[in-house]
Design a protein around this ligand. Sequence first.
Ligand code: ADP
Length: 185
Amino acid sequence: MLNRIEKEKLLGQKGLVIWMTGLSGAGKTTIGVALENHLHNDGVLTQLLDGDIIREGLNNNLGFSDDDRKENIRRIAETAKLFVNCGIITICCFVSPTNEIRNIAKKIIGEKDFIEVYINASLETCEKRDVKGLYAKARRGEIKDFTGIGSPYEIPLNPHLEIKTNEVTLEEGVKKIIDYISKHN
Ligand code: ADP
């Protein structure tokens, strides 16, 4: 079987996971999509893994109980690892609300390939944006266990990067990650 080094040599790049965590509406997907476009234009092969899409497909049999959230992350991390072993920059956009859950992902992917990015916007900001109308639903009691309302979000203890999306523009946020990747990779 061909190994990672041979694949990275073929692509001329190194595999890496950019793991974005934050409240719903903080900006993970928006930044992930812009980051992917930026890297693609620079000739870098990427794969974006996004919560909503994964929950419709690979993980469509999982809910939001503690066990299901852990299984959700386990499968996502194993999937990300497959991409990384192909030399692909893998951008993961998941609320991943607890330190325990993020540690599961880090352990599976491996610390040296795991860049944790805290996409930080206050609950108030996210709720005002309410991109998908989910906060309104959660406030009406139609979604229980919604992160930030009925279920906790633990602030990352030691992220590699933090992007405050109500203080910096989308372009500035993306640049911060690009600069980090350039140094790291
Ligand atoms: P998440 O993926 O974290 O749930 P989304 O990316 O779906 O969040 O939504 C974030 C919303 O915040 C979008 O409507 C986006 O346009 C808006 N937004 C405002 N400022 C920023 C910023 N600096 N970076 C990213 N998103 C921003």
